[in-house]
Design a protein around this ligand. Structure first.
Ligand SMILES: CC(C)(COP(=O)(O)OP(=O)(O)OC[C@H]1O[C@@H](n2cnc3c(N)ncnc32)[C@H](O)[C@@H]1OP(=O)(O)O)[C@@H](O)C(=O)NCCC(=O)NCCS
Length: 182
């Protein structure tokens, strides 16, 4: 996993953020609850993965698989009857990977208040070819100041993900070289 510059012949036209931005809406039912009677976190995570996958597929123009999901945050409980809107967009693109940012909003079925944010997450998708191998994606072209901020924040997360993976690999390699078994 390295950040490699694209050679000119590899360059494909960029795509604006708005070209793939997607909202998936769903009414929560009694099948979605946990033992407390509120909506199970895993149900929301599935919707988040679905919306992000749709965005990644739209942006990359083909199949894309979830490589990671991080910073999934649940801010408030979701209840049966709530209309949940899962809003997703490509924040950042690498060579074959895309960071998709997702915001989860809920309209309370029994309140005439605006939708409130109940969660958020960041997912990395890799675009893959017919053999499941990573393929190149169009660079995302941020259009607004908010898009540009999200792009810059995604770069910070990317740097931290790579650094963390590298540090853990180095630790494991060092322990293995020292003959330590766990
Ligand atoms: C994701 C996957 C395609 C990566 O394949 P790979 O052989 O490791 O290829 P690479 O190391 O070149 O990674 C491809 C890209 O994904 C990124 N990536 C891979 N693993 C990642 C991770 N855990 N977190 C963040 N990014 C990751 C790489 O940084 C690289 O990005 P870039 O091309 O923009 O620089 C492969 O691990 C896979 O198929 N995983 C299973 C995915 C899946 O089935 N998801 C559904 C779960 S049921």
């Amino acid at each position: 996993m390295t950040d490699q510059a694209l050679s000119p012949e590899e360059t494909i036209p960029g795509k604006p953020t708005s070209a793939s931005r997607t909202t998936l809406s769903h009414i929560m039912t009694g099948n979605d609850t946990n033992l407390l009677g509120t909506v199970h976190g895993g149900v929301i995570m599935k919707l988040v993965d679905d919306a992000a996958g749709a965005v990644a597929g739209r942006h990359s123009g083909g199949p894309a698989v979830t490589a990671s999901m991080d910073e999934m945050v649940f801010l408030e409980p979701v209840r049966v009857g709530d209309l949940v809107h899962v809003k997703a967009q490509v924040n950042w693109t690498g060579r074959s990977s895309m960071e998709v940012g997702v915001r989860v909003m809920a309209e309370r079925w029994n309140e005439s208040t605006p939708a409130t944010q109940v969660g958020s997450a960041y997912l990395v998708f890799a675009a893959v070819d017919a053999d499941g191998k990573p393929r190149q994606v169009p660079q995302v072209v941020p259009e607004t100041e908010r898009d540009r901020r999200r792009y810059q924040e995604a770069q910070i997360r990317r740097t931290h993900r790579l650094a963390r993976r590298r540090a853990i690999k180095e630790l494991r390699d060092r322990r293995a070289a020292e003959g330590i078994e766990d």
